[in-house]
Design a protein around this ligand. Sequence first.
Ligand code: HEC
Length: 431
Amino acid sequence: MSRPARAGAGLLLSALALTACDAREEATAVAAPGDAQSLMLADASARRGAEVFRAECASCHVAGDGFDLAHFGFPDSTILRRAVFHVSQQEAEDIVAHIERIPADAVGRSTPPFETERAADDVDFAVRLFGEDAWPAGVGEEELRAIDPSRIAAAVDLPLWSDESSNLDWMPDRPLPQAVLDGRDRWVQRLLGRYRRDATDENALAVSRALRWHYFAEASPHAVCRPEQGGGAIPDPLECFEGLRWAAAFGANHLLATGGDPGEDIEGSTRLPDTFWDVGQAARAATLHHEGELENDLENWVSWHWVGWIFAPQNHASVYTAGGLSRTGLRRHATFVALRSLVDRRVGSAHPAKDLRNAAFHAPRPWLWNAVDTGIGMLEARAGRGEGPSGDEAEVEFAEALAVTEEVLLRRLGAERAAPLVERVRALRGV
Ligand code: HEC
């Protein structure tokens, strides 16, 4: 239906390219006239390619301009092969001409975005982090804060940008649904338009927030990610996973294209990588409550939570992030997640007690004592600085998490060994 219109736009663009060519011809005066002409034709083709990409590919390729395909260095042959699923051979060739002109240092298709070094397994992770397979005795807030989780080697496979053989990738398999594009007076479309005219951090964050609203907010007609009352089930795990992957890929693309630091606070407390973590929540819901509905549910849970968590460890409940890791046997990773999250929790929050509880729960037995000792030490330090829970709800949750911590310690260590730790936990509870 849009074909004639596009052909028209293509002709118009070629005409523009031809007039623009006069100047270029002078610049390339040394080249033979034939070369100048083929340059002009290539120019026109690339312009048409940009247009076609936006119209036919951008609904899934969130970059909008094909930056992702250039950045990850997809070969022309692959671009042609994939493009002809959606457009004519000529248009596919135009897209190739366009992508060839996008300035990007191709990082390679097999490099997952944001990957650092990879640890072999859970023990290797610990050895690389602490020099031995043990939670170091006496380690405290300052030492933990000095560890940047986005730079450590983890035994977690991060999603590739594009993987044709599985869903362990950033590329959403579905375009954004019309309901999301059109909802609230075309809110997302308008913000996307603004972003594509002016790709600032603020405009990217606005798109990201609007997408989150559509998927989570009570008032949204497309809140397919919003947990149902009294449980962890969500209305449509696959639609949720796909929509959040779109949002995550959009945020990642912005960071990669602008060279932005994902760990930096852009504005306020919501960051682009929070949508990465959200994808993990969708996969978690699928794993626990919708068996068989999402392929690779547990793998997706772990890898997306990790790639979101490392950039904002203080933003996410460690019960979720650590839970997936522990399920796949990565209990040292889980312990680290809990205690590294605790370090930067906001003043007045109940999270620190929950982090302690989760560390007590997930730490491998030989780690348990030192890890919990570290966690309690951090809670004591926070209390000493007047940073304990504030508000009724936080106080209740805080006390509850500490009560569970006591039980876990008694069960896992036995009354005698647990006694000194339990005493300190009780002091924190004020009993
Ligand atoms: C309906 C969504 C959708 C549209 C529209 C779409 N793609 Fe894709 N594309 C994908 C997905 C999803 C992947 C990731 C790999 C997979 O799951 O098959 C992908 C991957 C690719 C790849 C990488 C393949 C690889 O080797 O991993 C290329 C190149 C590509 N697309 C080109 C295009 C071009 C060019 C267009 C427009 C003419 C386009 N795509 C339109 C969904 C789409």
